[in-house]
Design a protein around this ligand. Structure first.
Ligand SMILES: [Ca+2]
Ligand SMILES: [Ca+2]
Length: 238
């Protein structure tokens, strides 16, 4: 009797394992509908001058704002400073009631999710440029007619080398700041002390707040003192 129960438990355990594995990573964007024909892009991704992190995401959106391509970065890709292929769905014209993806000539936009920063970057925060690193691997640099700094033209079957730069002075979260930092920022803003990068004062440049997020602006003034103090006492989190 015990053996029969044990045998029944094996498929149940396998089923539970599948559920746990498939739910192991809840991404920022939901995986788009499966396509059958694609355009591909790959290239270098930088966020605020730094390398991306594991589980950062690149999303490609059609002209209606629908997600039609998604890639979540893995550790191997980070080590290589590249994200490999993002497959971008083409619409299948024979399925007239289903919109699988883009049509030829459609303008695509790209967004980036910083997982560590818990922040989505889009619009003017993103710059696109032709890449050169992957030409040897069969990718091509898009012609200027196919790529602007903010949009990419869809053409099924193409493999494009596209560098994605997140132009932001957003302060990546988890900076450790102290009351002493807030007080130093206050003294600098009052002219009592002098801003000095050589002693690490760049970590004081966390203000002003923009859309609820800290943005550095290349100087330390009263806004930095206020943001630092708010962080120290727990009024803001980033
Ligand atoms: Ca269709
Ligand atoms: Ca500042």
């Amino acid at each position: 009797m015990k053996n029969r129960h044990f045998i029944l438990l094996i498929p149940l355990a396998m089923f539970m394992t599948v559920i746990i594995v498939t739910n192991a990573f809840a991404g920022h964007w939901t995986t788009p509908i499966s396509g059958t024909t694609f355009m591909h892009i790959a290239g270098k991704l930088t966020i605020g001058g730094a390398s991306p992190q594991v589980n950062d995401e690149v999303g490609v959106f059609d002209s209606n704002g629908k997600l039609i391509g998604l890639h979540v970065l893995t550790a191997d890709e980070i080590n290589g400073s590249f994200y490999p292929d993002v497959a971008i769905n083409a619409d299948n014209p024979t399925s007239t009631t289903v919109d699988e993806g883009a049509t030829a000539g459609e303008s695509l936009s790209i967004k980036v999710w910083s997982n560590g920063g818990s922040r989505e970057f889009s619009g003017s925060e993103i710059s696109l440029a032709p890449g050169t690193d992957l030409i040897a691997f069969g990718y091509q640099a898009p012609a200027s007619s196919a790529l602007t700094s903010s949009a990419l033209t869809f053409a099924a079957g193409n493999f494009y080398d596209v560098n994605i730069t997140v132009n932001t002075n957003y302060v990546i979260p988890n900076k450790t700041v102290s009351l002493a930092d807030a007080l130093r920022a206050l003294r600098i803003s009052m002219g009592i002390e002098t801003y000095n990068l050589a002693i690490g004062d760049d970590k004081l440049d966390v203000g002003p707040m923009v859309d609820g997020k800290p943005h550095s602006d290349g100087k330390v003034d009263i806004s930095d003192a206020v943001v630092l103090l708010s962080k120290v006492v727990g009024l803001v989190n980033w």
